[in-house]
Design a binder for this molecule. Structure first.
Ligand code: CIR
Length: 264
């Protein structure tokens, strides 16, 4: 069973009313909280459908982007690493997540360097390595600290680059199985996925690149039929989840959960 696609647990956090002040690269409208909550409920129900335990945390009004829990931690089979988000308004979210990880994991370590910044959205864990994209949120010092913290657990970190203007590395890619990555062509053209099987997101559907493989399902944002058909044609079972409101804040499927199998 692949440790990068199969998990017993997920952590999510309900969106706060302050979500209307969430960060966004381009303002394409204010998210509707009720609709976002409905999409969030469907997302959680789908995770649970696979048999997983989903821990739903309460909203954090002080942190408008706190629904995007992925950025606060990296969960590995051996332990969890608490991140240091590069967005100043999100820095405090990591400390809010740490106690919940300690309740489930025997080993919880943290990125602590004052100059180290790294967000979970820039990290793709595959069966053989941890790919980390440098971005506006993740810097070399953050990647160096992550490398040092995870080496004793037997992990190899490889630094790659997030395409210019793209929020996170995983905004543009996702792992579908141990060997298969869904990617935009603007990212895969860099050659960073050499040795993997790559499924290209059809032109015009770049916003569908951020999916999650969670146990036997692939969760993807609704409204991208060519990408849905390409994933299904490759043999995966696809579930489409409404993402219109999170998309206004540059968020997608992976951002909404931490996915892991705890080790006490
Ligand atoms: C942000 O800019 O931080 C949020 N509005 C979106 C975060 C999305 N997270 C992710 O891709 N992992």
């Amino acid at each position: 069973m692949s440790v990068s696609t199969h998990f017993t647990h997920a952590i999510t956090r309900r969106p706060a009313a302050s979500i209307i002040r969430g960060l966004r690269a381009v303002d394409i409208g204010t998210p509707d909280l009720a609709l976002m909550q409905a999409h969030h409920d469907a997302y959680i129900a789908t995770l649970r459908e696979t048999g997983a335990t989903v821990v739903e945390l309460p909203p954090l009004e002080a942190y408008p982007d706190s629904v995007f829990v992925e950025d606060t931690a990296l969960c590995l089979p051996q332990g969890a690493v608490v991140m240091r988000p590069g967005a100043p308004s999100r820095l405090g979210e990591a400390a809010e997540m740490a106690p919940h990880l300690r309740a489930l994991y025997g080993q919880v370590v943290a990125i602590t360097g004052a100059d180290s910044f790294i967000e979970g959205g820039d990290i793709l864990v595959t069966e053989r390595e941890i790919l980390v994209g440098r971005s506006a949120r993740t810097n070399a010092a953050g990647i160096a600290e992550l490398t040092a913290l995870t080496a004793p657990w037997g992990h190899k970190v490889r630094e790659v680059h997030t395409p210019p203007g793209v929020l996170h590395f995983k905004t543009d890619c996702s792992l579908l199985d141990a060997e298969t990555i869904l990617s935009t062509t603007r990212l895969s053209a860099s050659g960073c996925f050499a040795g993997y099987r790559v499924i290209d997101v059809p032109d015009g559907e770049e916003a569908a690149a951020n999916t999650i493989r969670f146990n036997d399902l692939v969760l993807m944002p609704a409204g991208f039929p060519k990408t849905r058909d390409a994933i299904a044609a490759a043999g995966f079972t696809v579930r489409e989840i409404g993402n219109s409101e999170c998309a206004k804040l540059d968020g997608g499927m992976s951002c909404l959960s931490l996915r892991f199998t705890p080790q006490k």
